[in-house]
Ligand binder design. Structure first.
Ligand code: FAD
Length: 555
């Protein structure tokens, strides 16, 4: 028997035999639900045989037969009623366990979020994405027709979504496009590093969504809950389908603040901050100004994360302020990264190491922040030991800049679009889904190996726009993305190491070396970051003006 636990009350398995029942009783099960109709298979024991064996072992048994592929609403309701009445834990089985898991998923509808139901079933080895629509409809067969239908549907109105909509309209002003986006505010997140250093006012990094959405695009103000690529549909929360001819998936990534015990509760107080949140970046600057001495810790979770340089950018700018104000000698600064190197592309490391030495930063590789005790000002890290095990080390702090672990959004991770790591699967050059050719992706949600940055989205958007038009039969020749991403490493106020690279860490400088040598700190790169990139974002990238981002077309 291969018993799979779904929750504390229920496990499922494939067909069992009466002689298995004593072992189930010994394992603690108190009841058995039989979801396979009698006589379905030639060598299948009948319910009566199972029930007799159950009674002999002191277990209850219930017969709730379901025909394969025909789980009715009343079956799910009957299953929920049985689960409420039977002693637990219970074991449900059918031929493979799929019907039992389906009944469980439908009976849990409305009680748990859809991604949790799908992820739990998947972890047990059952793909329930085919019943996402029904789970969203409260466990009942949904007869809802599409609430909207568009030639192009874009999921997410962040940097990537708005850029791709504008690039599409720049090519075809009459195109029928909808953006599904639940938020009222659009953020220019690359500005948060400079908010945390007191250079930018936070307000310059936010705009009303209504102001940045391109004119002519339908705004569906809702969140997508599930994908049905076989039906060319996405499901909004509340089980409202929206259908499309071409789908662009770019809902960003999930910052898993709860992935570090105690962190969420203490953010914004007790010296704990993060530039990864709009409302906290000003607190970083407040802490930097207030800290006169003691210990400042800066942490970085395992890759991939958005803007891989941002955790150390916060550190260098803080150190620079402490150096200029004569306090650095009284502050111990530690960088604690889950990674094994300072930066993934080696060409930029020498310049960064000069600053690490100048600021006297203690580098701690292979250390992952696992918990924070804010009031006690204690951070705990997991680190590898020489014998191949792990140990927990506790470190006190006066200031902690924490960066949370990052994953694909839950509704993407459990969807048929996800790759093995949970991101939206994509061909690295065309950004099309390998299985569903009318689904494209870009931005942080994409399962491509580029650096997750707005700079990458700036180059990806025209590629996706062209390839969507090819898919609609309105253009010829695929556009190709080369993996470009950029990370302006703010090593001191006034100087930046401008990392620009493509797939495989291949350097991809935008400027001649005499103007900006990206491997060295330069004033020109700071000027670019502070003065040029924000207007280039708002007025260029978000408006479909593809400055320095014209795609290469094949064929
Ligand atoms: P986002 O811009 O995050 O947008 C995702 C959108 O999807 C959001 O509007 C969200 O509301 C929406 N959404 C979420 N769930 C759903 C749903 N269920 N249905 C519909 N819509 C949904 N990049 C650089 O290029 N340079 C930098 O210097 C830089 N520095 C950074 C510093 C920091 C501190 C941070 C946090 C990021 C930085 N970045 C930088 C990274 C950059 O901001 C991101 O890579 C970029 O915003 C990704 O764009 P996106 O559209 O994929 O995601």
């Amino acid at each position: 028997m291969d018993v799979k636990r779904l929750d504390e009350g229920l496990s499922v398995t494939a067909q069992i035999r009466p002689e298995d029942v004593p072992a189930l009783a010994a394992a603690g099960f108190r009841s058995i639900i039989v979801n396979r109709p009698d006589g379905e298979g030639a060598d299948q024991p009948s319910f009566a045989e199972i029930a007799a064996a159950a009674e002999a072992s002191g277990l209850e048994a219930r017969y709730l037969p379901v025909t394969p592929g025909k789980v009715r609403d009343e079956d799910a309701a009957g299953f929920a009623a049985a689960m409420a009445a039977l002693p637990k834990p219970a074991l449900a089985f059918c031929r493979t366990g799929t019907r039992s898991t389906t009944l469980w998923a439908l009976s849990e509808a409305g009680r748990r979020p859809l991604p949790e139901i799908l992820a739990t079933a998947r972890a047990a080895g059952y793909d329930m994405s085919g019943i996402a629509r029904r789970v969203l409809a409260g466990g009942k067969v949904s007869t809802a027709g599409a609430v909207a239908s568009h030639d192009v549907v874009i999921v997410g109105g962040g940097s990537a979504g708005i850029a791709v909509a504008s690039s599409l309209l720049a090519r075809r002003p009459d195109l029928d496009i909808a953006i599904i986006e639940p938020a009222d505010i659009h953020y220019y997140q690359p500005g948060w590093t400079l908010v945390g250093a007191g250079v930018f006012d936070p307000l310059v990094t936010r705009r009303d969504m209504a102001r940045v959405l391109p004119r002519g695009v339908h705004w569906i103000k809702a969140a997508v809950a599930a994908f049905e690529p076989e039906e060319n549909a996405v499901l909004l929360e509340g089980c409202r389908p929206v259908t499309y001819r071409q789908l662009v998936v770019c809902p960003g990534l999930k910052l898993d603040w709860n992935g570090i015990a105690g962190l969420a509760e203490t953010l914004g107080q007790n010296g704990v901050t993060s530039n990864y949140r709009y409302d906290l970046a000003p607190y970083t600057w407040q802490l930097v100004q207030e800290l006169k001495g003691g210990t400042a810790l800066f942490t970085q979770p395992p890759m991939p994360i958005k803007c891989a340089g941002a955790p150390q950018k916060a550190m260098y700018l803080s150190c620079d302020h402490w150096r200029r104000s004569g306090r650095l000698k009284d502050i111990d600064v530690g960088f604690h990264t889950a990674g094994a190197v300072l930066f993934g592309v080696p060409d930029y490391v020498p310049a960064l190491m000069e600053y690490v030495e100048r600021y006297g930063i203690a580098l701690n590789f292979g250390e992952t922040l696992v918990s924070v005790d804010g009031p006690g000002r204690l951070a705990r890290f997991r680190r590898a030991t020489a014998d191949g095990g792990t140990e927990i080390v506790a470190r006190g702090f006066d200031m902690l800049h924490a960066v949370p672990p990052q994953t694909a959004p839950d509704f993407v991770r459990v969807s048929p679009l996800a790759d093995a790591a949970g991101w939206v699967a994509a061909d690295p050059a065309s950004l099309r889904h390998p299985k569903y050719a009318n689904v494209l992706t870009l931005g942080d949600a994409a399962g491509t190996a580029n650096a997750k940055t707005a700079a990458a989205a700036r180059k990806q958007a025209p590629v996706v726009a062209q390839n969507v038009l090819v898919g609609l039969g309105l253009a010829r020749g695929d556009a190709v993305y080369d993996g470009y991403g950029s990370c302006p490493l703010t090593v001191e106020k006034g100087r930046i190491v401008l990392a620009e690279f493509g797939y495989g860490g291949k350097l991809a400088p935008s400027f001649p070396t005499w103007l900006i040598d990206g491997t060295r700190p330069t004033r020109a790169a700071w000027w670019l970051k502070e003065r040029i990139l924000p207007p280039m974002y708002w007025q260029g990238m978000l408006k479909g003006r593809e400055w320095m981002a014209r795609p290469e077309i094949t064929g």
